[in-house]
Ligand binder design. Structure first.
Ligand SMILES: [Zn+2]
Length: 556
């Protein structure tokens, strides 16, 4: 309310000053409406009227003084954005708790694609004080092979994003449980061991026809299954399938495979040693969700057909399927890649398995680039939970990050620096990017950006202002350096020339993986975190080593 009164007063002053001393109430109401879309106009109308009346009574001098005061601060009040928030869970009964989970595959570092469901889920967990389970989906030792040690990195990234779990576990710990389910299904005639060649099987199933294995009785199936477990049946010789409706609209959901044999298993979980039968994602996920009493899941649209598959299993056991929400794909994510093959390419080119290259949309890379977890969470929440494909620009991240960090301190960035001699100085002082510099009478050697200086090569006699210091006349300017003559310290509108009195080496790892080298001001030695390089953009200071300040580029 107070905020609205202040706004009404401010815009009444503006309107009155610009219209001969009398503010129009309609104009002020319009501004309030634009800035506070949620405000109840009927309720705030008396305040607006009062503000307008008071301003219209002001004397001309007082009005002008106040107008100038506001003008100095800038008119556009921060636009109060309509809070973007996630929809309520309509199905949730009063007093009912949500039990939910994320199930990342630890076959690579955590990236934005993992963070998205995790953050959205976390928002709901916090809103409804639910139970949150992290389950590493590590049951594919063949294609999505789990990487030893990567789970620790996931935990660090989750924590950094402000996500805490009530339980953490691995699907690979539960192989025996999946076997138990398969046996139960076989006994009840709901599953079969299929040894058909996959192409032939697919041909049949697409025509809604069953394969010969499906008809065999449960005892034969069980014997075959035991051979899978004992590894008498080898990889690609057989799989276990669930019997579903062969007329299912989507052929990929018909008789989906639940378990297969893997001959050579490389798995960081020692408890899986000697196990050659591995569940499909759908079997593991369905059973775990049931056993863990999950009642709510948020996940990507690629899981829509998985839900259909898993529901077939849930129906057999008369389990209750969790409530699900799906979100659409990300078509673009700033200047970073989510593509696994591109990430692999980058890492292979570097010859190391490092996941923090700024070209990749991993959480490690976001952190290196100086993005805050709050900014990442905001971008994710802003994308919402909808099947609509989203395109996230670097500007989205930058705006969210700037809102968290505030304005960063500015520093120069000279890709090439040249010497500039300033003659006839009289004593005084200037400011070099936050550092006070004393000038003595006589000649002083400063450094400027070569590109900037060359612009003056044909403008002999041009007047410039050495940024936050003094005015001077350019006497000489070329690619090797220049000379200038001091004029005065008083403030002028001369074109600004950035300068430093000492060069500091800077290296910026750019978002395309290249390294940009240049020079900056000595005050950068005391800076930490995000800084703003003039003419280049924002970068995060990562290290200060061997006299070089190493940064990672963030955004423009
Ligand atoms: Zn078959």
């Amino acid at each position: 309310m107070e905020e609205i009164t202040k706004t009404a007063h401010k815009y009444a002053v503006k309107n009155a000053f610009e219209h001969g001393g009398e503010a129009q109430i309609g104009a002020v109401v319009g501004k309030v409406k634009a800035l506070f879309p949620k405000a109840d106009l009927k309720k705030v109308m008396p305040q607006i009227s009062k503000a307008v009346l008071e301003v219209n009574k002001m004397k001309k001098d007082a009005l002008e003084e106040e107008y100038k005061k506001f003008e100095a601060k800038g008119w556009e009040l921060k636009h109060i954005e309509k809070e973007k928030s996630l929809p309520e869970l309509e199905w949730l009964k009063k007093g009912e708790k949500i039990i939910t989970r994320v199930a990342p595959n630890p076959s690579g570092a955590m990236h934005f694609g993992h963070a998205r469901p995790a953050v959205l889920t976390d928002e709901y967990v916090k809103r409804y004080s639910g139970k949150y389970i992290l389950r590493f989906d590590d049951t594919d030792p063949k294609v999505k092979v789990p990487i030893a040690g990567i789970e620790k990195e996931f935990m660090r990234d989750f924590e950094w994003l402000g996500i805490k779990f009530d339980e953490v576990g691995n699907a690979s710990d539960r192989l025996e449980r999946y076997y138990e389910i398969i046996e139960e299904l076989i006994k009840k005639g709901h599953a079969y061991v299929c040894s058909c060649e996959s192409e032939k099987w697919r041909e049949l199933i697409w025509k809604s026809k069953e394969c010969p294995c499906r008809k065999k009785d449960a005892k034969v199936q069980m014997a075959e299954w035991k051979k899978m477990l004992s590894h008498e049946i080898k990889e690609e010789q057989a799989v276990v399938r669930l019997k579903t409706d062969l007329k299912n609209k989507d052929p990929s959901t018909r008789d989906w495979w639940m378990a297969k044999v893997v001959d050579e298993v490389y798995h960081p979980n020692q408890k899986t040693a000697g196990k050659h039968v591995w569940p499909s994602y759908n079997l593991a996920s369905a059973v775990d969700d049931h056993d863990m009493e999950i009642n709510f899941i948020i996940r990507g649209q690629e899981h829509v057909s998985n839900e259909e598959k898993q529901r077939a299993l849930y129906e057999i056991f008369k389990w209750k399927y969790p409530h699900t929400e799906y979100f659409g794909k990300i078509s673009k994510i700033g200047d970073m890649t989510l593509s696994k093959s591109k990430m692999k390419e980058i890492m292979e080119a570097k010859g190391v398995e490092n996941y923090d290259d700024p070209r990749m949309a991993t959480i490690m890379a976001f952190r290196r680039r100086g993005f805050t977890p709050q900014a990442i969470r905001k971008v994710i929440v802003d994308c919402g939970v909808s099947m609509k494909e989203v395109k996230i620009t670097l500007d989205n991240f930058a705006a969210a990050n700037k809102a968290v960090l505030g304005e960063a301190q500015e520093y120069p960035f000279f890709e090439e620096a040249v010497k500039m001699d300033v003659y006839n100085l009289s004593s005084g002082s200037g400011e070099c990017y936050g550092e006070k510099v004393e000038f003595e009478t006589g000649v002083m050697e400063l450094f400027v950006d070569k590109k900037e200086l060359i612009k003056y090569s044909k403008k002999k006699g041009a007047l410039v202002r050495f940024k936050k210091a003094f005015n001077a006349k350019i006497d000489e300017a070329n690619e090797f350096g220049g000379k200038a003559t001091f004029i005065s310290y008083s403030k002028t509108d001369n074109p600004i020339l950035s300068w430093v009195h000492e060069m500091i080496d800077v290296e910026i790892l750019m978002s395309d993986g290249s390294l940009k080298r240049g020079f900056s001001a000595p005050s950068l030695l005391n800076a930490t975190g995000m800084v703003h390089f003039e003419g280049l953009g924002y970068a995060n200071i990562e290290a200060k080593k061997d006299g070089i300040i190493k940064c990672v580029y963030a955004y423009e």
